[in-house]
Design a protein around this ligand. Structure first.
Ligand code: F8G
Length: 241
């Protein structure tokens, strides 16, 4: 097995966990929001998923090295969303145990204490195709009993046959919804993190019967991250080790 001899940083573990979100994806549009999910999608394209399409979020499809390889103006992104051949990795100010996401507002909806991003593409994304989440600071303020506003739709608000909240990757762990009632489950903790650390940082109970350790990057993945995708090391500032 091609396992890296050098020690990976926490950020590199997270980027590889994000790359693994796309395993088996084939020729779909990957829409990673934020640095670590973007590194993950580009890494997947260079390793496990060579047919993955990467958009710049405006008008072009890019190679992992940022060369333009196609034209996808904004309106065509909506066609792809509706058609379902897309996997978005969104952020979250709040997430609950059924995967409802809030990026809209904090507090009472009639008089919010904080105005955030708004609903953006979240409702349509979660109704139409696979969605995952990236949370760089796993804590009880993000992992809440109930979100203040539902932006991305969770499993307790069925929105049809294409709803598919896949996984949540955080700075501590990987989680999914593969339980009988689709409540959140702890899949793996990153090297150096205890299961109890994750439970303490999560407001709701998490199933944690069979928890693995998140896998280490391979030598090839570490080399790509360090020399091709992020030579300046921005990843390690977003997620300190
Ligand atoms: C809180 C909390 C909390 C934050 N509890 N308080 C406070 C209490 C905090 C601060 C203040 C601000 C398809 C598609 C689209 C498109 C199209 C196409 C999408 C439709 C494209 C364009 C579009 C959605 C993509 C994301 C989000 C990525 C992040 C953020 C963040 C942080 C969410 C993590 N829990 N939280 N506060 N977008 N971004 O103390 O108070 O609130 O806090 O797919 O768009 O439109 O649709 O958010 O907030 O996926 O992940 O970075 O807003 O930066 O600064 O933390 O300090 O001011 O007092 P943030 P933050 P204070 S798909």
């Amino acid at each position: 097995v091609d396992v890296a001899v050098e020690t990976a940083t926490r950020a590199e573990i997270c980027a590889v966990a994000c790359a693994d979100l796309f395993l088996g994806a084939g020729e779909i549009l990957a829409s990673p929001m934020g640095l670590i999910p973007s590194l993950g999608a580009r890494l997947a394209r260079l390793t496990s998923e060579p047919d993955l399409l990467l958009s710049d979020g405006e008008a072009f499809l890019l190679t992992p090295e940022s060369t333009v390889e196609g034209w996808m103006p904004y309106r065509r992104v909506f066609d792809v969303v509706a058609h379902g051949r897309r996997h978005v990795v969104m952020g979250a100010n709040q997430l609950d145990r059924f995967g409802n996401q809030n990026i809209s507002a904090i507090g009472d909806h009639a008089k919010p204490t904080r105005q955030l991003l708004g609903f953006r593409g979240a409702p349509g994304n979660t109704a139409n195709h696979r969605t995952s989440y990236w949370v760089p600071r796993h804590n009880p303020r993000v992992f809440v009993d109930a979100v203040d506003v539902v932006s991305g739709v969770g499993y307790d608000h069925a929105v049809g046959p294409f709803h598919d909240v896949h996984r949540v990757v955080t700075n501590l762990a990987v989680l999914d919804f593969d339980t009988p009632d689709h409540s959140m489950r702890l899949v793996s903790v990153h090297p150096g993190v205890d299961v109890d650390d994750v439970l303490r940082q999560t407001s709701f109970p998490l199933e944690h019967d069979e928890v693995d350790e998140t896998r280490q990057p391979t030598d090839v993945e570490l080399d790509l991250l360090r020399t091709v995708l992020d030579p300046a090391g921005a990843r390690n500032r977003e997620v300190p080790s």
